[in-house]
Design a protein around this ligand. Sequence first.
Ligand SMILES: [Zn+2]
Length: 149
Amino acid sequence: MSEALKPCPFCGSTKVDAEGWSSLEQYRGTDQWRSGPACDDCSGSADSVEQWNTRAPDPEAASLAISSRLEWRHRAETAERLLSEAMEKAAGWHDDQATLLMGSLHCGDNATTIQMTRVKADWHTDAARQLRKVPCDSAAIRSSAPGGN
Ligand SMILES: [Zn+2]
């Protein structure tokens, strides 16, 4: 059962997780969890430890595994960049709203109008700050979780 894992047949890495992948599959009419070894470095995988350990290095499979991993990373980076651009755009809009609100004040405005405008502008400024903070500052997310500090 606890057969030692050989290094990755695709890339030679020793960072191989015996249960690197798992999925819920139908087997004889019932759902069953299956898992198998996968390489942390190139995502190469096999159905079982036995298959992993007897798998001969296959240059074509190795290059496929590496290229799919690179493609995945590229897509993840693209998604992250698009998200951060969208967040920055939204943050910029809130900055503009705050500036417009403060610019809309006149010397004849009464204290209530000035205060209401400041509250709205502060809200926009805070929204912009939150938008800029969320995608990259995971500490902020942790600290805002219940029980965090
Ligand atoms: Zn590998």
